[in-house]
Structures are given as structure tokens and as C-alpha cells.
Design a protein around this ligand. Sequence first.
Ligand SMILES: C[S@@+](CC[C@H](N)C(=O)[O-])C[C@H]1O[C@@H](n2cnc3c(N)ncnc32)[C@H](O)[C@@H]1O
Length: 290
Amino acid sequence: MPELINPLRYPGAKRLLAGYIDALLEANHLYGCTFFEPYAGSAAVGLALLQREHIQKLVLCEKDILLYAFWECVFQHTNDLCNRIENTDVTIDTWKQYLPFREMVTLDQADLLDLAYAGLFFNRTNFSGILNANPIGGISQKSKYSIDCRFNKKKIIDVISQMSAYKDAVEVYCNDAIRFMKSQDARFMRESCFAYFDPPYYEKGPQIYRHYYKTSDHLELAEYVRNVHHLDWIISYDDAPFICGIYSKAGASYQPFFLDYTCASKKRTRGQELLISNLPLPPFPVANVV
Ligand SMILES: C[S@@+](CC[C@H](N)C(=O)[O-])C[C@H]1O[C@@H](n2cnc3c(N)ncnc32)[C@H](O)[C@@H]1O
């Protein structure tokens, strides 16, 4: 079956890393592992590996309640979510109607399905998929691009329905990534586990995510991976001197890589990012391997 497209158009999605991480798992005899993606976003890498059946279980954690709710409903309330997509008009009135869900900070403030739909809706109708941004075409909708230009209901419903076939292999949690990973310690002893950490960008995180990292949070992640046992891991980051500085002492291996674009830049240029791992990292291919 051809690989499914992702229902989210997420800023910083790492779909183009799936082939590289796949090869890393194979080289280190990690096929069949439990794959953790604790900064899930669109979970682009984990979902690709799951569809290739190279991992046994995908464990997603995401702090943003709109994204968490979306993934939870994709796998646990598929029909309800698809019905909501089918039966809701993609208009500026709906955008305004869902705005209160964007203000909520805890899951108990609203129905899970409302939060899930709000996450999908803002992702697919806002500028660059940024949840807190304005709608494509502006509030006045006077541009040649209209709010629904990236919202193909049929395609989104099809992909969600097909993804839900993997529901028994996916766990979704709403938590802080490091707190969550610490709670999974016992599991690392029992199962073969691998974690892909894709924290908010060091430099542009505050512009694109509703939850982003302060310097102390980046340091905490470095401290966590330095001390974790029985877990192999890889981290992707923007190539900032501060990040290189904190990991250079950790005995980790590094590899620069290039994705097709730089998030939040006006022009789509190729931006350099960084991979860091406790495993030896082969060079990143010049042509992206998907
Ligand atoms: C760079 S994006 C991940 C993109 C993802 N790899 C993909 O392919 O779409 C970082 C994600 O981390 C989430 N996040 C921010 N702070 C977090 C935290 N403390 N714990 C868990 N997730 C967090 C953001 O909401 C965002 O979705």
C-alpha cells in the first residue's frame, strides 16, 4: 500500500527523516521496537514507520491539547471525527465558532471531539498550519485564497479512516515530554525501545508552536538523554550554536541534515538542522531518502 499522507500540514514536520531513521533502526537491530515520539506534532516519522511495519508500537505524547485530542480521536473515535469533518462547513463563521477552544488549556474544559476538530480545523485553515495564526485569506476573506483551500474533506476523511486501522498499535498521551518519558522508565527495561525527540525549535519555536521551550527546558532534555538507561534515542534540532554546545559534552554523535524548507521563513529555502544520537549516525544523504 502506498504510504498515507498526513492529515495535518504541520510546521516542522519531519516526514523527510523517516527513511533515515528507518535505516538507523535497521542498522541497530531495532526493527520491531516500541517507538516513542514524545513531541508528536504530526507524528510524521512514527506513522511512516508504523505503516512500513518496522515498529511494533507507536507511543505518541504531545503537550498541546488540540493536537493530543486530534490524535486520540483519529485512533479511538474515528467515526465521530469523520462525521464532524463531513458535516461542518469550512467557513470563516466556523473558524470564529471554534476560537474559544483555542483558548483552553486543560482537557477538562471541553469535549474531546470539539478539541480534536478545532486542532484539525485551525491546522488546515490557518496560515502555514500554525494553530495560533490567522486564517488563510484573512478574516475578511478578500484574498484569492479562501479559508477552505487546504481542506479537502474527502481526502482527510479517507486518510484518517485508513490510519485508524493501526489503532491497536498506537498509544496517545497528553503530557510534558520529559515528565512522560520519565514515567516510562520501567518499560525501557521490558521492551526494546527507541525514542525520536523533536523538541520545539530553539530559535523559531515561539513563533510556530503554542508550547515552546525556554533555555532551561532545552538543558533539561539534554540532561535527560545523558542519564537515561536502556533507551536508544535520536534528537532533531535547528542547528543553533547553543544546542551544539550543550550536546557536545554528552559524547553523542552528530549529523547535519537539510529539509526542504526553513519554517517560518518568507522564502522556502533549504535550512540546516541537526541530528544528535547515542547511536553512531551515518552521513545524511545528499538527496533526501524517504
Ligand atoms: C518540532 S514539533 C514536532 C514535529 C513532529 N516531529 C512532526 O513531524 O510533525 C514540536 C512539537 O512539540 C510540542 N511540544 C512543545 N512543548 C512540549 C512539551 N513540553 N512536551 C511535549 N510536547 C511539546 C509542540 O506542540 C510541537 O507539536
